[in-house]
Design a protein around this ligand. Sequence first.
Ligand code: ADP
Ligand code: AMP
Length: 222
Amino acid sequence: MGEMAQFNLILLGPPGAGKGTQASRIVEDYGVPHISTGDILRSAVKNQTHMGLEAKRYMDAGELVPDEVVIGIVKDRLQEPDTANGFLMDGFPRTIPQARALDASLADLSRDVSRVVAVLVPDDELVKRLSGRRICRECQTPYHVYANPSQREGVCDKCGGELFQRDDDTEATVRNRLNVYAEQTEPLIDYYDEQGLVARIDGQQTPDKVYEDIKAAIGPPE
Ligand code: ADP
Ligand code: AMP
């Protein structure tokens, strides 16, 4: 399969913008694997691996896990055969060094980033979304206690898994995560603008409408 057929997509945006919510839809319709460094790190925390124990301190404080750790995770993940025709990165890259490392890893594989979808939402709305967020322990689908509740309280509609609140979705940690985003991650929009890759999406609309806009930006699934 030629390079043009690949679909190497990055979902960018502040915590709470709806990246995970949209990722579920995109991976289903476009058939690319969902690569969420946050999900991978939370799974390492749950399994109490050495990396997980290291990462937890940063995550609970709302700080970024060191670049070399997450870059290592993504490099390993890109070796897996399911990424051959494309991927959806969610929550990576989050710093300029991570973006450079991704560009270099993809270049080694004769690939590149196809499109960057930036989902944008103002801070006050993000705080509301994150403080009401619940996540499925089994399949990681996000819900919201008011805006997007599951049909049965505490139970995932998709897989029946238990819903829980993330340790870092407390108000103080959320504020810090938004500051970290503004300082370290937002500059990536300029980084990818220079490559002409960014589609800006208004994330303050219903999930259906956000998804319509994303499909219009990246082209409909085959
Ligand atoms: P991210 O992955 O970007 O951190 P999530 O997809 O987990 O964000 O969404 C954060 C919270 O906001 C969740 O509780 C989710 O149910 C809710 N949410 C997602 N998209 C929307 C939307 N368009 N409108 C209102 N709430 C939303
Ligand atoms: P997320 O699930 O994307 O909101 O990520 C949750 C937490 O995991 C972040 O607040 C960071 O502590 C850590 N994390 C996830 N992805 C990255 C990344 N690309 N770089 C550094 N830290 C990350």
